[in-house]
Design a protein around this ligand. Structure first.
Ligand code: F6P
Length: 322
């Protein structure tokens, strides 16, 4: 398949699943619904991509040169996603949770099957330096925080990176991960069935070094001694995307001496990225357990993370359990 837009690919994928499955009509309709949610988000991300370019100068202050109040880009992005998912008539989202809010929004509990989590503008602290940022989304079958692990409840994951180009990667469990590039208003397929090599050549180590544990420090020293190249920008979505696109390497944000659960959020950041990386054949753990096997207990739950190629993630486990 050479060029195909996102909507067509998601549709054909859902149709493929439908043909292969023995599911009853009602359930086929549900898969159609997931496709609609994902397509809708891809169209919101086109707007966000435009906002970032046209409103860039409004980000750092609360007023523009004419003294008018300006909205921060992360807040604007949050509003765009929430409004679109709330007002959409062609499908219903059951529940919504945004990294910008501290509670679950119930949109259409009885009518919708899928719930959505999102980090509207991950990496917003580096946007003033004109670095890449992105949106990370998780799709859940049923309610959020329902006592199930990510592996049991996730129906899909997606992220969009706003950089020199706008790119989108999504994955559905068992159906692989696929990358698209926004070109002339359409998401064009760049690469389908992305793969993660067992071992890579780059590493992105988060967290202040003087707060790393001795095990983590020894692990990072080992990577340095193996000549891994440092690739850390300060925006999780861009740093993990770097490893995904290169097809190997490791991103880590470890437990810190003053923050045993690290910094990054399970629901909004880690489980969606873990699903995508696992679909490529990579791995994501908190050092010991798979990120997808963790059960989110609240929206703000954090976890240390080691994500990327299998060999590096396994090496981290060895250092952390010594
Ligand atoms: O969670 C927000 C975030 O900006 C991530 O995108 C990024 O990986 C991390 O925080 C950066 O943290 P630090 O500034 O500690 O490196």
């Amino acid at each position: 398949m050479a060029h195909e837009d996102l909507e067509r690919l998601v549709r054909s994928e859902i149709e493929l699943r439908t043909h292969q499955s023995t599911k009853i009509d009602g359930e086929d309709r549900v898969e159609h619904e997931l496709r609609r949610v994902m397509s809708c988000i891809s169209s919101v991300s086109k707007k966000i991509s435009r906002d970032l370019k046209s409103l860039y100068r409004g980000y750092t202050g609360t007023q523009n040169t004419f003294g008018e109040e300006q909205i921060r880009l992360d807040v604007l992005t949050d509003i765009r996603l929430k409004n679109r998912l709330r007002d959409e008539n062609s499908f219903h989202v059951r529940q919504l949770a945004s990294e910008e809010s501290d509670e679950v929004m119930v949109l259409a509990k009885d009518e919708g099957r899928y719930s959505v989590t999102f980090d509207p503008l991950d990496g917003s602290s580096v946007i003033d330096a004109n670095l890449s940022v992105g949106t990370i989304l998780g799709f859940y079958d049923g309610d959020l925080l329902d006592g199930k692990s990510g592996r049991e409840s996730m129906a899909g994951a997606m992220y969009v990176v706003y950089g020199p180009a706008t790119t989108l990667v999504y994955a559905i469990p068992g159906r692989g991960a696929h990358e698209f590039v926004l070109e002339d208003g359409n998401f064009i397929l760049e690469k389908e069935y992305l793969e993660m090599k067992d071992k890579g050549q780059i590493y992105a180590p988060g967290g202040s070094e003087n707060k790393w544990t001795s095990g983590h420090k020894a692990f990072i020293d080992d990577l340095k001694n193996q000549d891994y190249k440092l690739r850390y920008s300060g925006a999780l979505v861009a740093d993990v995307n770097h490893i995904i696109v290169k097809g190997g390497g490791l991103f880590s944000y470890p437990a810190l001496t003053d923050a045993p659960n690290g910094k990054l959020r399970l629901l909004f950041e880690l489980q969606p990225l873990a699903l995508i990386v696992e679909e490529m054949g990579g791995k994501a753990t908190n050092g010991l357990d798979d990120i997808l096997d963790l059960v989110p207990k609240d929206l703000g739950q954090r976890s240390p993370v080691y994500i990327g190629s299998k060999k590096e993630v396994e090496l981290a486990r060895q250092y952390l359990t010594q």
